[in-house]
Design a binder for this molecule. Sequence first.
Ligand code: SAH
Length: 497
Amino acid sequence: MEYQKNQYITLEVEDLGSEGEGIGKIDGYPFFVKDALPGDIIRAKVMKTKKNMAFARLEEILTPSSTRINPLCPHARRCGGCQIMELSYDAQLAFKEKKVKNNLLRIGGVPEDVLARVYDGIIGMESSADENVPVRYRNKAQFPFGKNKEGKNICGFYAGHTHSIIANTECYLGVEENEVILETILSYMEKMHVEPYDEETGKGLIRHALLRKGFQSGEIMVCLVINGKKLPGQQVLVDMLTKIPGMKSISISVNEKNTNVIMGESYEVLWGENVITDSIGSVQFKISPLSFYQVNPVQTRRLYETALSYAQLTGKETVWDLYCGIGTISLFLAQNAKKVYGVEIVPQAIEDAKQNAKLNGFTNAAFFVGKAEEVLPEFYEHGTVHGELVEDVDASAKSPDVIVVDPPRKGCDEACLSTMVSMAPSRIVYVSCDSATLARDIKYLREHGYELEKVKACDMFPNSVHVESVVLLNKKKATDFVEIGVDAEDYYSIKEK
Ligand code: SAH
């Protein structure tokens, strides 16, 4: 049957797509419906049809799924942040586990029996009894400012896939202090007649507020991103904000460009410190408004502890930590390794990493700025980084015991993977925020002498569709199969049986 735009259909939703959209089929033809959940029977309006699929809009839930819950946040559907807040937490975790497993099976070509053996579960997050899902887990939030239709100053969040701002100073993913801070900024703006930035005209001053709180330290940072060099009546704002307990740092960051990038290139302190301090486990970090820092510290600690246990360090090992950011994983590893080398593309992050190493008294960590896929091959082939000989490296740097990678969503470049294989570490620990590219890279590593040993998922972003994973790959031992006289594939298939 042909479907027409604006036609109404009744649909039984069976599955959840990777972006959290409900999927149901009529005579084998799939409809994708935002906000619909598996188990829902819905009435939907066809919005767009394609050869192999169609998009429809949820009009009415005729029979709700048993996994459907009332979301805490009244904005859950419109907001771009939480795609699956209406799904019970158990079902959220099951969805994420399935996503990771399916990618490993389909994209990674991991045999089902291997996956069954190595899959190590998902680290879910606890929520308190009066919440049905984990909330208030984010230590960082960035809120845009603008005007509503009536011309009133507002601050809130972008509706999904748009730049229109919905007024809401109370996001359940952030800390409770955020609301007070945002309301304070709005009342300062009213008092001092300060205008919010308008993307269309390029006029107006206040663009975004970046808010951060150290969960261990309780220290709070506010950084206002402004389209201008100065904040009129800044002392008024400072006086208002410093009444909030925990306030440690107030700054501005100038961004006068017509761009989607939120922060400016630098920042200027108006009051207090230029950084806040926080710790993950027993490692301390200084965090500036421009630093990358994991947003869910509770789950980050669990993720890093898993990565550390997979690395199986005894204190004698040489380790590379590629895509190291401000050295969070590197310093976690440095607690138990002989030497850790970190590589990261953002120069400021490497500066932070070096400072953080000093702050914690680690003398066994070294950091290099650059692309992992350039630094690692150059170092392996020539012993240099950016053409310069690297001092302070052990002989073992070219043949490390462990390589840890934590790449962005696009995964590792093949030049990086092939050098990793040449360096032949006993273990590779792969931390990933995108299980599709993880699966692709695992396929490469499995084809080049590594065997999948453990896979664990970790829910760093409850109520969103994102899932983090950590994977351990072991180097296949040549002696294992030489002695037995079969090749590696045969050997492992024998061993698995
Ligand atoms: N391991 C860190 C950061 C992980 S996020 C932590 O847990 O905090 C991924 C990091 O990879 C970012 O800091 C990003 O700047 C960096 N990055 C992106 N592309 C890169 C590349 N080609 N080479 C090295 N680092 C890269």
